[in-house]
Design a protein around this ligand. Structure first.
Ligand SMILES: [Zn+2]
Length: 444
């Protein structure tokens, strides 16, 4: 029988395709052709049927679909550690927003984003969702690093370093949408910052445009109890109810945080198909509260995992946040069988793909999907012994390195090193930005 010529065959000791869910296969492989996955199966069968131009073997590795970081502010990696041990509201008002006013520029965003991408690739992330100023710069950096992203361009009422006003946000966002159209790595969504920073009229515009263009809406929602109390005082209802009234609770909505939710609101999310982005690390660090993932799961609401920005996490290690999601789910339910490792890994892959409307292309190792693939290999003896690959990655991820990464069939990491990023040059640029930040913090 004639063998089929293909680009790459990758095999690994353990393969976790995510679909089917909660299954681990030993000594399986993956065939890549162009930017897609052509086949998955037992290694001997693949070798019988395919003649790969390149064959890579990771007998000690765990092969999974690329992780999806479903919420963050990539450039804020430069601000990690500048506002510690503060609640969300004073943290934003007294610390982050004033600093951003002084600091945020195209160069700040380019450097911070390149740092974030380097960090994320090193932890097996192949897609990130970003809400930050100068998203056109983020797009450029992602394109050069061959990283996949969904850019939720920020929408604020007031003046920012990026836009003069809310109309300018839309204008710049549409420009970004036009230029990104031809790039398979870059998707665009609306990023109204939060219901308390964006007017109702603006949210209505977001709904209208998002439906016209078929784009997602990414918004911080019910992050703290104080935010919800303020909504009740001002609007006589919660922000979720306000969005529901407008019509924004729909399958295009990506609601980030959701630490304060009533049973009726969970029900509305289930009925409308809106998605929840759970950011456990950021929520715990800012003392926001706990997103009720067990209740959302039971109601059938899709949940994805995000790290949030480097200033509130402080890392962009989605595996680590997926672990926190598991531990919090167990703690909240007082049930050890809640928050299973496989369920959290699903949220960090296919759950993320569903939240951003890309489940046909991303999030699992299935023929026809895009070849966004990661092989984790032991970082040290701490990875051994391996009895359960889900538990190994999720509960002891620091013992594993993202050794090899492909995004859309292109290799972006080899031997744990990014191939398309000049890390020495990046380091110099980080130092320049760090000096600017240090001068500001010294001034107080
Ligand atoms: Zn955020």
């Amino acid at each position: 029988m004639q063998k089929i010529i293909c680009d790459t065959l990758i095999d690994a000791g353990h393969v976790l395709p995510i679909a089917p869910e909660n299954r681990a296969f030993k000594n399986h492989g993956l065939v890549l052709q162009g930017d897609r996955i052509a086949a998955i199966g037992p290694l001997p069968t693949l070798l019988e049927n395919y003649a790969p131009k390149e064959h890579l073997s990771f007998p000690e590795g765990i092969l999974i679909p690329g992780l999806i970081n479903a919420h963050g502010h990539a450039a804020m990696t430069l601000l990690r550690g500048v506002g510690e041990d503060m609640l969300l509201e004073p943290w934003l008002r007294d610390r982050i927003w004033p600093m951003e006013k002084d600091l945020v520029s195209p160069e700040f965003v380019a450097t911070g984003t390149e740092l974030a991408i380097t960090e994320m690739l090193g932890r097996g992330v192949t897609t990130f969702v970003d809400m930050y100023f100068f998203p056109e710069i983020t797009a450029d950096v992602a394109r050069r690093a061959h990283m996949r992203c969904l850019l939720a361009f920020p929408i604020f009422e007031g003046v920012t370093n990026w836009a003069r006003d809310v109309d300018d946000c839309f204008r710049l966002g549409f420009e970004l949408h036009d230029t990104a159209r031809g790039n398979p790595l870059i998707d665009v969504a609306f990023g109204p910052h939060a219901p308390y920073t964006v007017s109702r009229a603006t949210l209505e515009r977001v709904l209208m445009y998002s439906q016209e263009l078929g784009l997602g809406v990414h918004i911080h929602l019910h992050e703290t109890a104080a935010e919800v109390a303020a909504a009740r005082a001002r609007e006589g209802r919660s922000w979720i109810d306000v969005l529901d009234q407008i019509g924004l609770l729909n399958p295009q909505l990506q609601a980030v945080h959701m630490t304060q939710v009533t049973p009726a609101e969970v029900e509305r999310f289930a009925e409308t198909g809106a998605h929840v982005i759970h950011c456990p690390g950021s929520n715990m660090k800012l003392a926001d509260g706990i997103c009720p993932v067990n209740t959302l799961d039971a109601a059938g609401v899709n949940v994805a995992i995000g790290t949030d920005g480097g200033a509130s996490n402080n890392g962009l290690d989605v595996l680590h946040d997926a672990r926190l999601a598991s531990l919090l789910a167990k703690t909240e339910a007082r049930r050890a069988d809640a928050g299973k490792a496989s369920a959290s890994l699903y949220k960090a892959t296919l759950g993320g793909a569903r939240a951003i409307g890309r489940e046909d292309d991303l999030g699992s190792l299935e023929p026809g999907k895009l070849a966004d693939v990661v092989v984790f290999t032991p970082a040290s003896l701490a990875a051994w012994p391996l009895h359960d690959p889900f538990a190994a990655l999720l509960h002891h991820g620091s013992a594993w390195n993202a050794n090899a990464v492909w995004v859309g069939g292109r290799r972006t990491v080899a031997d744990g090193k990014p191939l398309l990023i000049d890390t020495a040059a990046l380091r110099g640029r980080i130092e320049t930005q760090t000096r600017r930040i240090a001068a500001l913090t010294a001034r107080g």
